[in-house]
Design a protein around this ligand. Structure first.
Ligand SMILES: O=C(O)c1cc(=O)[nH]c(=O)n1[C@@H]1O[C@H](COP(=O)(O)O)[C@@H](O)[C@H]1O
Length: 293
């Protein structure tokens, strides 16, 4: 039992514990209208809640984390948020890490309010990490950075996203000669080196799509040699076409602390067999990522 006032382990340390337990799968919670239909659930707040809670139950002890896509809950306004709160509460109770996928970004105090909503202990929407966009500048997220140390919380910064239309923005070259995507990776590495030195895995991660050639974004695979290891959230496996068996060649050294996200490939099979599908995907991801280093 931790003593009064003891600091919780960092988000990176909690990720490292998942990896040590051979868990690398991030199970997506994406209750779209189509998926709810395939599950025989209504396209309403009750439907998204049922799907979310079933995924949490099936992923517990098998996946490293779950990633609710906030947009699918937001469709139903306050009822959707209430549903999401219940999904998050289940995950917390199960001890399952949660990445809230809201891709938030704003300046100073406004961004800090997002961090307060999603990353502060006791908040109704408390998650362990959230996805964020730094297109208003890396420093615009500074208020939330302060929350990472001592709170056990993490952030995943969009760097090179899996959707092809993002390339125009993310491959653009800055005044310092680096692409926008490569600068996000470098800034996250520097932050972790300064704030989480001595830990195996940092708490500020990046999103890198598995569908891309990272070299096209000026991101070298030896960008993964940083200490601590840079957490990478990698969507694009499964439905978007990337194969987990190729993770080694896609990510190289950046695969040292990789969370492979899959949503539709797990959910579109319907409600029946969900636990088996999550276990099968978790096993395939673990087998593929053992070889990545
Ligand atoms: O941040 C994300 O999770 C994300 C980033 C990205 O580059 N691409 C991407 O697809 N995502 C999310 O990852 C999930 C992918 O779902 P599937 O394509 O069904 O596996 C969705 O929730 C997307 O919003």
């Amino acid at each position: 039992m931790s003593g009064i006032g003891a600091e919780p382990p960092s988000f990176g340390a909690r990720l490292a514990a998942e990896f040590a337990g051979d868990r690398f799968l991030c199970a997506g919670v994406d209750p779209s209208r189509e998926t709810l239909g395939l599950w025989g659930l209504p396209d309403d707040a009750d439907g998204v809640e049922s799907l979310g809670r079933e995924v949490v139950a099936a992923a517990t002890g098998v996946a490293a984390c779950v990633k609710p896509q906030v947009a699918f809950f937001e469709r139903f306004g306050s009822a959707g948020y209430r549903a999401l709160e219940r999904v998050l509460a289940d995950a917390r109770q199960a001890g399952l890490l949660v990445i809230a996928d809201g891709k938030r970004g704003d300046i100073g105090t406004s961004f800090d309010a997002y961090a307060e909503a999603w990353l502060s202990p006791g908040s109704p929407l408390e998650a362990d990490a959230m996805t964020v966009a730094a297109y208003q500048g890396f420093g615009s997220l500074a208020g939330a950075f302060e929350r990472l140390r001592g709170s056990g919380k993490g952030l995943f910064l969009l760097a090179a996203t899996s959707n092809p239309e993002a390339g125009d923005v993310q491959r653009a070259v800055r005044d310092d000669g680096r692409s926008v995507a490569a600068a996000m990776v470098a800034d996250a590495r520097s932050f972790n080196a300064a704030e989480f030195a001595g830990e195996p895995v940092g708490s500020l991660g990046v999103v890198l799509g598995a569908t891309l050639r990272l070299a096209d974004y000026g991101i070298a695979s030896d960008d993964g040699t940083s200490d601590p290891a840079l957490p990478v959230l990698a969507p694009g496996f499964g439905h978007q076409g990337a194969r987990i068996e190729d993770a080694g060649s896609i990510f190289g050294g950046l695969g040292r602390a990789l969370l492979a996200n899959e949503s539709r490939s797990i959910l579109s099979g319907g409600r029946e067999g969900l636990s088996t599908r999550i276990s099968d995907r978790a096993e395939a991801v673990a087998a593929a990522l053992h070889g990545v280093d």
